[in-house]
Design a protein around this ligand. Structure first.
Ligand SMILES: *Cc1c(COP(=O)(O)O)cnc(C)c1O
Length: 408
């Protein structure tokens, strides 16, 4: 991991107070102060320690399987008339980019002397990635999950249990991700000494957005190296990624943030259409607010109640967006598009048939916008393929064109 030494001068990196422009910070209840303060004071020093970096790099290599390939998708390139490369995070152990972050945070937790890990999860992907590293390190693991999500995501619940985690249902509110976050925070307040909270995306109170982004920045570090080898030029013309909370996008953008020749494209979940009342397109619908202790763009009603988000893809079904992305949106550094459920499904079928790769539904949102950008034939485009589609097979089969609902 290349830890950028002094990024405080940059417009797009976090400042000393934990802000990206007017977004970010740590709007925490007083009872959470000791936990968050401990992290704020220690995280950079730990991440910069050569021993830490060596252990992180070694696990990413030998356990996760990095570097993940950068694959020139020839038939996809032909179709969209550009040089399209896929960054294959789908090939990581556990099937997505999330493990880059959980490996980093478990090593940090050990260095802080923590013996118990808690996490929140929606679809269960982050829960599985957390339970995995807890098994690896022999630490106790408690995962909070909305009780509705527990019913919807049975295979991931089974994985977490097999890995030794305790899955605790969040039964308040809408019984989904944001309620699971609230339960995890409550647990952390009650266990400030021995417990570390592994947050799963580039959101939450400072230092989480910056810390998670730095762990995921291995994605763009590798892209640079791999592109240089393959094309003689380290910078692509475009980097495209889907955005839930924003961690795979943040990692794919990180080493390009201050390089204006690289255009950044973010794709949010348009659900059934941005204005259908069933969407998770936060930058299009959101206003300034505070969610999970961070000041950012957030979908809310007139009187500030958080609106229930919707997406066919559980990993994008979040009513907020990490503060870095709110800032990239507001400054125009990144272009924000959105893809509907239907567009994402079609993009998944297309990639599968053109390249023999079944992508995660989340990643399919990024692929769905390839036809909407005016590429020149020589343009080098990197799409972050954040995860694999195994977990989405039921949805894919159910919606397969020509499937009338009989047995497959
Ligand atoms: C969780 C998840 C996402 C969305 O999370 P980000 O933090 O926005 O990256 C995207 N893709 C996959 C495969 C996921 O599991």
């Amino acid at each position: 991991m290349k830890i950028a030494e002094n990024t405080f001068g940059s417009k797009y990196h976090v400042d000393e107070k934990g802000f990206y422009g007017r977004f970010g910070g740590a709007y925490i209840p007083e009872m959470l102060f000791p936990n968050v303060d401990e992290l704020q004071r220690n995280y950079l020093q730990i991440l910069r320690d050569p021993g830490f970096q060596e252990e992180f790099d070694q696990l990413l290599r030998d356990y996760v399987g990095r570097p993940s390939p950068l694959y020139l998708a020839k038939r996809l390139s032909e179709k969209y008339k550009a040089q399209i490369y896929l960054k294959r995070e789908d090939l990581n152990h556990t099937g997505a980019h999330k493990v880059n972050n959980t490996i980093g945070q478990i090593l940090l937790a050990k260095r802080l002397g923590k013996t118990r890990i808690i996490a929140e999860t929606g679809a269960g992907q982050h829960g599985v990635a957390t339970a995995t590293v807890c098994a690896l390190m022999g630490l106790e693991c408690v995962v909070y999950m909305g009780s509705i999500d527990i019913q919807r995501q049975a295979p991931n619940v089974a994985r977490m249990k097999m890995l030794g985690a305790t899955v605790v249902p969040a039964t308040s509110g809408s019984q989904t991700l944001k309620d699971a976050c609230n339960e995890a925070i409550r647990d952390w307040i009650n266990n400030p000494v021995d417990t570390h909270y592994i947050l799963g995306t580039a959101a939450g109170p400072h230092p989480y957005p910056d810390m998670v982004t730095r762990f995921q920045s291995v994605i763009s570090e590798e892209i640079k190296k791999q592109l240089l080898e393959k094309t003689g030029k380290a910078n692509p013309d475009y980097v495209m990624a889907c955005i839930g909370g924003g961690s795979n996008a943040a990692g794919a953008y990180y080493h390009f943030l201050d390089e204006p020749d690289v255009k950044l494209i973010a794709v949010e979940a348009g659900g059934k259409g941005v204005h259908s009342g069933h969407s998770a397109a936060t930058t299009q619908l959101g206003k300034l607010g505070i969610i999970h202790a961070s000041k950012t763009l957030l979908m809310q009603t007139e009187d500030g109640q958080i609106t229930e988000p919707y997406s066919i893809s559980a990993g994008l079904d979040y009513p907020g967006i990490g503060p870095l992305h709110a800032h990239l949106y507001e400054t125009g550094r990144a272009t924000f598009l959105n893809a509907t459920d239907e567009e994402a499904l079609q993009a998944a079928y297309e990639l599968t048939r053109l390249e023999g790769i079944i992508p995660a539904l989340e990643s399919s949102h990024a692929l769905a916008k390839l036809g909407q950008v005016a590429f020149k034939p020589d343009d080098v485009v990197v799409v972050c393929l954040s995860g694999r589609g195994d977990k989405d097979m039921e949805t894919y089969i159910r919606n397969l064109p020509g499937n009338t609902g009989g047995n497959v």
